[in-house]
Design a protein around this ligand. Structure first.
Ligand code: IVH
Length: 677
């Protein structure tokens, strides 16, 4: 046993060291920080239980980090520090208590920002002119990447003259911040790579880090990077009294500082802010993994000093890790709503982002082969937002030879029909049997789900019970279910049976867009369903449309158009629609909404403070307007939010589109405000 553990510990060490070297020295990330932490945790546990296994070179015993050799090395004016992490309210309050004790008071303010997932960089402005851009390096010495930094549009080559901030234009002003790549730019680059059959880039952080260290600045210019500042340093500290002032100065001088950043008067307000942004941060243009909380008063911050590599007066308030490592117990195939046969990994339960994960999707057979995921492997699992957990990669170096390769079955595990691929090039195997039991329950569950028909009480368990009892086979069947039918099942009593039947009957005339979405056509999500309903007005028109007609709809491309035509051509689906009709189900044709925005086309670009883009779209539609995804000749208003690229605005300017800011937009869409006029 102990021998096995020693071996495991040695392998863990090797892998963690690999990770550290790649991360700190080569600026390449072979796995996420969270995954590495998870491995380190396992190693620490082994070492705690068996101290005799600790070696002096164990990653638990030291830290590393050296700059790359090929750029000129530059000494930082003051060390670029890291932050200590806190992971919970308790840890946060403990930090507050510690610094309050040191400060001898507890009436200080905090300044909070989201913690961006990019790489730190220092910009040196000499007499207002950009002189140097330096990477963090090991904190003391970084690399001179000035030529590359100059290609980043959001970095001014000369600081703006601004009233009250003139002093920053003389002498040395150092601005520190994070270089990030926006999620949407990252996605776009990856889509282009896929078209060229090149492997995808792993994540925006790696790509940003890799890009800024390119020796050819032209390549850097072709990959959109952003710089978001969070600090400003002057020789004389009295010029920068608070962090709030610094953020204001940064903006006045012409750089980007996050608008979400703000003051908190009390620790409770920090907690509130953290809760607010836990979900909302996902709509920010860049990736984040927590908050940065600092004492607002810079003098106090300086007085609190530094321990190790981190200042006492600031912490990173981390959100629960969305990655962890665990073992694959088995791999089986699950049949989805559209018949897709997806390999799924059964995992040893592990806590990811606050909930236990036992299963993770492996997407398709090709993905399992490409990543070479085997039964028995230790793997990295990831949960991003609400999506199903997925296996990122196996940790090959932890293999002991007992792992087994996965073989894709040739037949459906549920109905034993032979699995097929529509085209040889397709990645996904499908069960072609429309009546396959696992297909139908997922289809019906989807039809009844919140975003579709929203039928109360018709969740997974009831759907399965109704199928098992032979009461329903497809989504149309639910409308013929009676109270008497339900009462024959154990799970229903008088009231619950009544309730479900009523809930179903209440949805006999659903909104067309919800009905279309509920049909579960491949590639047709809620937005496409809305676009279809608005454009074609009736289900009949949608079902009769050709690929050309569909492609005319804003936001519908060829693949989606093909999937729609295919769906309506399928005899089984034609029968389903007839059945709906027979049971008296009639989707309500999309009505022209008459409202203050009738006939107006709006595009929203950048992020809004007051609502998400989706909410803005809903608002526009509710008032009769059309929410477009990109600016065209017919666009009436371009709503310009925060962090907008110059090219978007240039296009709108060329077309003469009227640009409005968030405040003006709110006046347009807030009936209360319009009523005042
Ligand atoms: S303030 C002492 N604000 O996080 C450093 N840092 O773990 C205080 N980071 O190296 C920096 N977003 O690169 C600050 N809004 C933000 C940040 C931020 C990301 C990075 C920064 C720093 C690391 C510290």
């Amino acid at each position: 046993m102990a021998e096995n553990l020693a071996e495991r510990a040695a392998k863990l060490r090797e892998l963690i060291n690999d990770y550290r070297y790649n991360y700190h020295v080569l600026n390449k990330s072979i796995m996420s920080e969270a995954a590495a932490d998870s491995l380190k945790h396992e190693l620490t546990q082994i070492e705690e239980a068996h101290p005799e296994l600790i070696t002096p070179d164990s990653p638990t015993q030291r830290v590393a980090g050296e700059p790359l050799p090929q750029f000129k090395k530059i000494q930082h004016s003051g060390r670029m520090l890291s932050l200590n992490d806190v992971f919970s309210e308790d840890e946060f309050y403990a930090w507050v208590k510690r610094i309050a004790k040191m400060a001898g008071r507890d009436d200080f303010e905090f300044f909070m920002d989201v913690k961006m997932d990019g790489l730190a960089c220092a910009l040196v402005y000499q007499d207002g002119v950009l002189a140097q851009g330096i990477t963090r390096g090991d904190g003391f010495v970084g690399e001179d990447v000035t030529a590359n930094i100059r290609t980043i549009e959001s970095v001014p080559l000369r600081l703006r003259k601004a009233k009250g901030y003139e002093n920053f234009l003389t002498g040395r002003t150092e601005i520190r911040g994070e270089i990030v790549m926006y999620k949407k730019d990252f996605e776009k680059l990856n889509q282009e790579r896929e078209k060229q059959a090149l492997p995808r880039f792993a994540n925006p952080r790696n790509l940003a880090a890799g890009t800024i260290r390119q020796l050819d600045p032209k390549l850097v210019a072709a990959r959109p990077l952003q710089f978001h500042a969070y600090d400003l340093l002057r020789q004389d500290g009295s010029e920068t009294p608070t962090n709030e002032f610094i953020y204001q100065a940064i903006r006045e001088l012409g750089l980007v500082a996050n608008l979400v950043a703000k003051i908190a008067k009390r620790p409770q307000d920090v907690i509130k802010f953290a809760k607010t942004w836990e979900e909302k941060r996902k709509s920010l243009p860049f990736n984040t993994d927590g908050l940065v909380v600092k004492v607002n008063d810079r003098q106090l911050q300086a007085r609190l000093g530094v321990v190790g590599k981190a200042p006492r007066g600031a912490v990173a308030f981390k959100y629960p890790a969305e990655q962890a490592t665990t073992k694959v117990k088995d791999i089986f195939v699950s049949i989805g709503r559209t018949g897709s046969a997806t390999p799924v990994a059964m995992l040893e339960p592990v806590l990811v982002a606050g909930s236990t994960v036992q299963m993770a999707t492996l997407h398709n057979e090709g993905e399992v082969q490409r990543k070479d995921i085997r039964i028995g492997d230790t793997v990295i699992v990831q949960k991003a937002g609400d999506v199903i957990p997925e296996v990122v990669e196996p940790l090959v170096k932890l293999r002991d030879g007992s792992e087994k390769k996965f073989v894709m079955p040739t037949h459906c595990p549920d109905c034993n029909t032979r699995l097929v691929k529509a085209k040889e090039t397709e990645a996904v195997w499908r069960c072609p049997n429309n009546a396959c039991p696992s297909r139908s329950w997922k289809q019906i569950e989807h039809f009844a789900s919140k975003a579709a028909l929203d039928i109360d009480g018709l969740g997974e368990k009831n759907v399965i019970a109704l199928i098992k009892a032979g009461l329903i086979k497809d989504p149309a069947d639910i409308y013929k279910v009676t109270k008497e039918d339900l009462l024959k099942l154990d799970r229903f009593a008088d009231i619950s049976a009544n309730k479900l039947v009523q809930a179903i009957q209440a949805k006999k005339y659903p909104l067309l867009e919800r009905f279309i979405y509920g049909l579960g056509i491949r590639h047709v999500g809620t937005q496409t369903a809305i676009d279809l309903a608005t454009h074609f007005k009736t289900l009949r028109q949608v079902s009769n449309s050709t690929i050309d007609e569909l492609s005319e709809v804003e936001g519908i491309g060829e693949v989606v158009a093909e999937a729609i035509v295919e769906w309506f051509a399928e005899p089984q689906n034609k029968k389903l629609l007839e059945k709906f009709k027979k049971f008296g189900v009639e989707p309500e044709p999309a009505k022209e909404i008459k409202g203050p925005l009738s006939g107006k086309n709006l595009v929203v670009t950048g992020s809004l403070d007051s609502m998400s883009r989706e909410a803005a779209g809903e608002r526009i539609r509710a008032l009769g307007g059309t929410f477009q995804s990109s600016v065209g000749k017919e666009t009436d208003y371009l709503v310009v939010g925060a962090n907008v690229g110059a090219s978007k605005l240039a296009k709108a300017k060329k077309l003469g589109t009227k640009q409005i800011d968030e405040e003006e937009f709110l006046k347009l869409v807030d009936p209360a405000l319009t009523a005042d006029k």
